[in-house]
Write a protein that binds this ligand. Sequence first.
Ligand SMILES: [Zn+2]
Length: 191
Amino acid sequence: MRHLSVTLVCENADHEEQARSVVAEANEVLVQEVGIVLDIKASVRGRVSSWKPLAALHELKEIIPAPETDLVVCFVRDPPSRKAAKQLLSVVTMQEFLAVIDDTWRRYIVLWHWHPAVLRHEVYHAFIPTNEHSGCGLMSSISAARFFPFTPPVILKQYLCEEDRDVVLRYKWRKFDEEPFAPRGGAEDMR
Ligand SMILES: [Zn+2]
């Protein structure tokens, strides 16, 4: 079992309680799917205000510049006015950022849509070298869809497909204090 240490970043105690239950639900599947479990080791009060993925990640890195845990997960709740704006925008663009993980270290995650499958999707990105979405299962880009402007997005595919699961298992033991996926001649050793 791979234990990943996690720092939670939440605005208040109520959010933290909800965040912990999302993590607990995600763990039930993570353990079974790939033998990975998220251990919350620290909890920090903070919030990011940008709803643009890169800017939000930048804010999160300013809150936790030198993580002492493998992952840093920020749970953000949009204020109602922004939520409405986002929902309208998502109808126009057919796209909405539910969550994001940084592409360099793959250890900073911002979650706007607090759903265990969305959290798992981001965690799996930390173990899959490509930053593209795959054509199947939970890691496909169409795994979430909003059918009506004011209903929550629906996660269409909850589980990893076999090919993605193989990749996650291959990189399951990656180190989080090193840039991931740099060629180091022997990825086989990481099994
Ligand atoms: Zn993704």
